[in-house]
Design a protein around this ligand. Structure first.
Ligand SMILES: Nc1ncnc2c1ncn2[C@@H]1O[C@H](COP(=O)(O)OP(=O)(O)OP(=O)(O)O)[C@@H](O)[C@H]1O
Length: 279
């Protein structure tokens, strides 16, 4: 891994306070440490309730951290809140499972995309029209999408809008929490290939939270396996999916058979070629 990793998580712990006698405090994440390199995709997998979303939320500052540190580009962001947290937005973004929930239904898409472009800048709103058109083109939506509302788009198109908003400022890291789980298989493949392409052109890294091992093998460079809030296995995605070492990972793989490894290798080679040619 070259240079400072985009994300360093060091001994992360998250505990939810209990409520009285009936609900004791629970430790949801314990001693989790890992790194995400530049333009790298790291998948977080594990059963429901293993703590995947909690880790993503801790990085985003949406869940209080009880112990350990989160570093973005070498800077400690663990306890940033308010304005200091908002100032991270150009570098740190998120894409969630339900784009309908995360897009403002009352705003035309152009306004939603203008928001990150204008935040913290003194540019007049009229000036970002070109940037919005470029963003829409980048994610494969027609230019007139800017004047329409989220409800006028399909689920796959709405996720493209959410992706466009996330990449508007060319962030260093995007937390993707089950970004394609609500889409049908074909739309899911198209969204994943869009994310790959954006990674090649913009150089953003992804922390990719999913329960879908087929997606992991296809899409992620490395995979971390989470069980009860601890990482039990970590490695190259193809190795983790094809040659799981931990009994828990073996169970996950057995529950969701993973298809053809050759296809994935080919795609990765293609991607690394694109990256090294700087295209
Ligand atoms: N606000 C909260 N208060 C108490 N416990 C919580 C809270 N939020 C999450 N948890 C608990 O934390 C654990 C991890 O949840 P989390 O949503 O991170 O898991 P996950 O791996 O993302 O699951 P899924 O795949 O179902 O989304 C679960 O046991 C959950 O019940």
């Amino acid at each position: 891994m070259m240079g400072t990793p985009v994300l360093q998580i060091d001994g992360l712990a998250v505990r939810y306070p209990g409520r009285g006698f009936r609900k004791p405090p629970t430790t949801v994440i314990e001693e989790v440490s890992f790194e995400v390199g530049r333009a790298e995709t790291v998948a977080l997998v594990g059963e429901s309730g293993s703590g995947k979303t909690t880790i993503g939320r801790a990085v985003l500052g949406l869940t209080p951290v009880s112990g350990g540190r989160v570093l973005l580009d070498g800077r400690d962001i663990t306890r940033l809140t308010g304005r200091a947290r908002r100032l991270l937005a150009p570098d740190l973004q998120a894409i969630f499972q339900n784009p309908y929930g995360s897009l403002n239904p009352a705003l035309p898409v152009g306004r939603t995309l203008a928001e990150p472009l204008l935040a913290g800048s003194s540019r007049p709103p009229g000036e970002v029209r070109q940037d919005i058109a470029e963003l829409l083109r980048r994610v494969g939506l027609p230019e007139d999408a800017a004047d329409r509302y989220p409800a006028q788009f399909s689920g796959g198109q709405r996720q493209r809008i959410a992706i466009a908003r996330a990449v508007a400022r060319k962030p260093k890291l995007i937390i993707c929490d089950e970004p394609t789980s609500a889409l049908d298989v074909t739309t899911q493949a198209a969204a994943l290939s869009l994310l790959s392409e954006l990674q090649s052109t913009l150089g953003c890294a992804y922390l990719f939270i999913t329960h879908d091992l087929a997606v992991v093998k296809e899409f992620a460079d490395r995979t971390l396996v989470l069980q009860n809030g601890r990482i039990v296995e970590e490695g190259d995605s193809v190795d983790v999916c094809d040659r799981p070492r931990h009994e828990y990972t073996r169970r996950l793989v057995a529950a969701a058979p993973v298809p053809d490894p050759d296809l994935q290798r080919q795609r990765r080679e293609q991607r690394s070629l694109q990256l090294s040619s700087g295209s």
